[in-house]
Design a protein around this ligand. Structure first.
Ligand code: GTP
Ligand code: MN
Ligand code: MN
Length: 609
């Protein structure tokens, strides 16, 4: 085993940041890698790591004419998604993790991690990956350093973040960074052959919110291993945001421009698999309207000196769900994936390209499925894993907004919440004010789909679409949203809206066409912000007045339109009754203002029944 001095001798640290060097040496001493490599983020470095991964069988190069600069990985079949049951928030007090997170006592967890990480990188290269979440040098950005023994993670971090020398430089000699340690948990003893996708059956995704540290053990996949994304940009950042007075949210950011050239910036929080990436890249079906993309998954937002709320996308790439992405649903995503993309757990075609369910109507013959065996269409098994993902540079998106990397961020005009609701919830509702909007956000719920773990039709509460991502007590999180709104100038606060593309008719099909036609809803929202569109008050909020929603050219019947905008007091009384059993889970951490909002809703419903 190489000693620390040997390792340091092999890889002189390209930084004078004494705290960083000491931490890297400490982690190397614990994990005992064969080599240490400080990533510079260059093309040459990427080529070298990719060559090594191809050698090991982790990556396959895709056909250079069909998909230049792109690679394919198939994971271990047991390492395909985030593991919420193995994700921990280790705050000093259990109550500060709240009822929606797994908690473990920090001291006990540290002892456990010390044991797990002892020698865990033996035989492997330890990559030191400095990264910036958000545009380099922006006041809204923050820095991190991930130590990982996975080349796949190092390459993916190069797509998903601003990684390497520039981030190290931004860190300077004593800059603050979030330390994040990741291991596959698969040490190699001398002479032991490696496998294509090393990982461990045991997995731990651990956050220490008070000391702002991340430790991830046993998984090589996505949200478990690319620690800049869910672990840092949401779980740890939500805690930083609480303490420093800003917001770290599971939101897309888009820019909508009307035919007169007036632009609005909108941020939207929908639970996973409820359409953020699709809305972020939408192609409006309305003539003269233009939509541009700023982010598809995470928004960091802070009030500026002018009193407005400014947002940046902390990421530099899209890590999106592949299945269902097609020319018809998301042409811009497909164009983004044309080059320089890493695909994981899609199917491989006979001619060296990738495929997934929904990409084309015809299923190509001769494919290899994500498990590495010949795809048999008669088996009924999908060729791609339902959670197959792409990692692609955001700069390649044809609709990326020119200001997407503006260090100032973009001023948010509207915040949208939404979920997958077959009944009850109208196509669009405007909140009466900020506090009512926070109430709406706190009640976001989605119905189970065939792919989700809850039963079909059963409601899963996912407040602010942050259930798996809030790094502290969600009761306190609601209070934080209320406090920020109370401090702000009401005239400068974004409007808050609730949308639902998923209302179903009696025949069980979606009533609203969705996708590009969602621009019609965004148009009403933009016109509301400008005081140009009419709304009617209902007990649950304001909905478009008759004729206010632009449905020209759609084949929607009057009855369909009525279904989409209806607020049924009977149904909503039942719906409102489901909120208290959810709220009581937070005990006295649930702000009184939200109980008052619930009481006011109940009263408004009683008045119309
Ligand atoms: P994460 O990246 O996991 O956070 O999820 P996401 O919110 O980005 O989800 P994504 O955009 O990948 O959602 C995809 C699913 O929603 C697919 O099944 C889409 O077909 C469906 N979807 C997206 N927009 C619409 C819409 O307007 N109408 C309907 N009916 N389905 C939609
Ligand atoms: Mn997405
Ligand atoms: Mn997400």
């Amino acid at each position: 085993m190489a000693s620390i001095s040997t390792i340091a001798g092999l890889a002189p640290a390209p930084t004078r940041h004494a705290g960083l060097i000491a931490w890297v040496e400490q982690i190397a001493a614990l994990t005992k890698p064969a080599r240490v490599h400080w990533c510079d983020g260059s093309e040459a470095e990427k080529a070298a790591i990719v060559a090594d991964l191809i050698d090991k069988g982790t990556l396959k190069a895709l056909d250079a004419d069909k998909r230049p600069g792109s690679y394919y990985a198939a994971s271990d079949p047991k390492d395909v998604a985030r593991v919420e049951s193995r994700t921990f928030i280790c705050s000093a007090e259990e109550i500060d993790a709240g009822p929606t997170n797994n908690w473990a006592e920090p001291g006990e967890m540290r002892t456990r991690l010390d044991g797990l990480f002892d020698g865990c990188m033996a035989g492997r290269t330890m990559y030191v990956v400095a990264f910036s979440m958000g545009p380099l040098g922006s006041e809204l950005s923050a820095l991190g350093v991930e130590i990982t023994d996975s080349g796949y993670v190092a390459v993916s971090m190069g797509i998903m973040t601003r990684m390497g020398s520039a981030a190290l430089e931004a860190l300077g000699d004593d800059g603050v960074f979030v330390p994040a340690v990741h291991t596959l948990g698969a040490p190699l003893i001398e002479g032991q052959a490696d496998v294509a996708w090393p990982c461990n059956a045991e997995k731990w995704i651990v956050h220490f919110p008070e000391t702002r540290e991340i430790w991830s053990y046993g998984s090589g996949y996505g949200g478990n291993a690319l620690l800049g994304k869910k672990c840092y940009a949401l779980r740890i950042a939500s805690v930083m945001a609480r303490d420093e007075g800003w917001l770290a949210e599971h939101m897309l950011i888009l820019k909508l421009t009307d035919p007169k050239g007036r632009s609005k910036y909108m941020a939207a929080a929908f639970p996973s698999a409820c359409g953020k990436t699709n809305l972020a890249m939408l192609q409006p079906t309305l003539p003269g309207w233009k939509a541009e993309t700023i982010g598809d998954d995470i928004a960091w937002m802070r009030f500026g000196d002018d009193g407005r709320l400014y947002a940046v996308n902390p990421e530099a790439g899209f890590f999106g769900v592949a299945p269902g992405t097609s020319r018809n649903t998301n042409q811009n995503a497909l164009a983004t994936l044309a080059t320089n993309t890493v695909f994981t757990n899609t199917a491989l075609t006979a001619d060296g390209d990738v495929w997934w369910e929904g990409l084309t109507k015809d299923v190509p013959a001769g494919m290899t499925n994500w498990k590495g065996v010949a795809h048999d269409p008669a088996s009924g098994e999908p060729a791609a894993h339902p959670n197959a993902r792409f990692a692609a540079p955001a700069s390649q998106c044809p609709t990326i907004a020119p200001e997407w990397e503006d260090p100032k961020g973009v001023p948010i005009d509207a915040i949208l919440f939404g979920g997958r609701r077959a009944s009850a919830v109208p196509l669009v509702t405007e909140a009466f004010d900020w506090e009512h909007g926070v109430f709406m956000g706190s009640t976001v719920a989605s119905e189970g789909t065939a792919a989700a773990e809850n039963a079909i039709g059963e409601l899963r509460r996912d407040p602010f679409a942050m259930l798996p991502f809030c790094g502290y007590n969600m009761g306190d999180y609601f209070a934080h949203w209320l406090a920020l709104g109370a401090k702000a100038d009401p005239a400068k606060l974004p409007g808050i809206f609730f949308v639902n593309w998923f209302r179903k008719g009696e025949d069980g099909t979606f009533v609203w066409p969705g996708f590009g036609d969602n621009a019609r809803v965004l148009k009403w929202i933009a016109e509301r912000l400008d005081g140009e569109a009419d709304a009617v008050d209902t007990p649950v909020g304001r909905v478009p007045a008759q004729g206010a929603l632009d449905v020209e050219g759609l084949s929607l019947s009057e009855a369909d339109l009525a279904t989409l905008l209806e607020v049924d007091a009977e149904v909503w009384t039942e719906e409102a009754g489901l909120i208290p059993p959810f709220y009581v889970r937070f005990g006295d951490r649930l702000p009184q203002a939200l109980w008052a909002q619930h009481a006011a809703l109940t009263e408004r419903l009683a008045a119309v029944r």
